[in-house]
Design a protein around this ligand. Structure first.
Ligand code: PBG
Length: 338
């Protein structure tokens, strides 16, 4: 045996950490928080064990719980008191997110990021107002929409106006960072222009730049009550088959002024996280989504996986692939254990 190279030398206990390539800190993590204007009580989210929708009155308490774990940033999602076809509660001054943000920023030091999208606010559950033809059809109660759905969906440019209003109303309430997630063309430019005109030049935008149409969002749609009533989101979210297209999406958002670039979901798309982090110098965020969380919880519940270990391994892997920050439902558990 003449083995010159023995990688095992560096796997011994006291040297392992010295040569570790990737570190995970609680300050790399963002905890998603669901605030619900329709309830006075906390409601368990069945498909996401350990997560709840909290009433506005308890939003500060909920965020304080996150801060205790060492995690300093939260991403807020809102369930509005009522929905309509335009999603107008999304930009209401007394809307669920606006109320929650005012309270959280007044009473805590959390860095508050707000998701900007319309799907929780529209009665049809799509990420913007429908194109006129489709809206008529839906309004008329036509059950069979058949092939029209493959061409007609969300009215992109009308949605941009709403997104601009939502972003400005969030910033006025005190949001520290705006995160548009609707995958509308031009959304970053519209929001940047709106924020700048309203005097919020200092508020950064974290764009859900490469967001795939993913079945891994299933549990979130229960959590945020934002499932589309008909059709899917395939006409605005990306096809899971495409990686080069992600680079094009990201580049467009960079040109429009995005400050942080997000890839979503995370684990099934680590190749995209890697490509984006190599190609662009902006910070890269990855969203370890609800389905990624739910499947590990379910397996752990059966005794098939050790939840703490798989959660940590998942997050380290996402960082290793090139993410600088991670949105994850494991934030508090992992924050605490670090
Ligand atoms: C809203 C939004 C979604 C998620 C984040 N923002 C749902 C969707 O696009 O259908 C998913 C998050 C998760 O699954 O954890 N557009």
């Amino acid at each position: 045996m003449n083995l010159t190279n023995r990688p095992r030398r560096l796997r011994q206990d006291r040297v392992r950490d010295l040569v570790s390539e990737t570190t995970l800190e609680p300050t790399d993590l963002i905890a998603p928080v669901f605030v619900d204007a329709t309830t006075d009580e906390r409601i368990q989210i069945e498909s996401m064990p350990g997560h709840e929708r909290v009433p506005i009155d308890e939003s500060v308490d909920r965020v304080e719980g996150v801060l205790e774990t060492g995690v300093e940033a939260v991403m807020l999602f809102g369930i509005p008191s009522s929905k309509d076809s335009a999603g107008s509660r999304a930009w209401a001054d007394d809307g669920v997110i606006q109320d929650a943000v005012r309270r959280i920023t007044a009473e805590t030091d959390a860095y508050v990021i707000t998701d900007v999208c319309l799907c929780e606010y529209t009665e049809h559950g799509h990420c913007g107002p429908l194109e006129p033809g489709l809206a008529d059809e839906k309004g008329g109660g036509t059950a069979d929409h058949g092939s029209r759905e493959s061409t007609l969906t969300v009215d992109n440019d009308a949605t941009l106006e709403s997104l601009e209003k939502i972003a400005v109303s969030h910033a006025e309430a005190g949001s520290d960072m705006i995160a548009p997630s609707g995958m509308m063309d031009g959304m970053v430019a519209a929001i940047r222009r709106g924020l700048d005109r309203a005097g919020f030049e200092h508020v950064p935008i974290m764009s859900y730049a490469a967001k795939y149409q993913s079945a891994f969002y299933g549990p979130f749609r229960d959590a945020a009550d934002g499932a589309p009533e008909f059709g899917g989101r395939r006409h605005y979210q990306m096809d899971p088959a495409n990686a080069r297209e992600a680079m094009r999406e990201v580049e467009l958002d960079v040109d429009q002024g995005a400050d942080v670039l997000m890839v979503k979901p995370a684990l099934p798309y680590l190749d995209v996280v890697r490509d984006v982090s190599r190609e662009f110098d902006h910070p890269v965020a990855a969203y370890n989504v609800s389905g990624e969380y739910a499947m590990l919880c379910a397996a752990a519940d059966k005794g098939w996986l050790d939840l703490e270990e798989v959660a940590l391994e998942s997050l380290v892997s996402i960082k290793r692939a090139g993410a600088d920050l991670i949105l994850t439902y494991f934030a508090e558990d992992v924050g605490r254990s670090l």
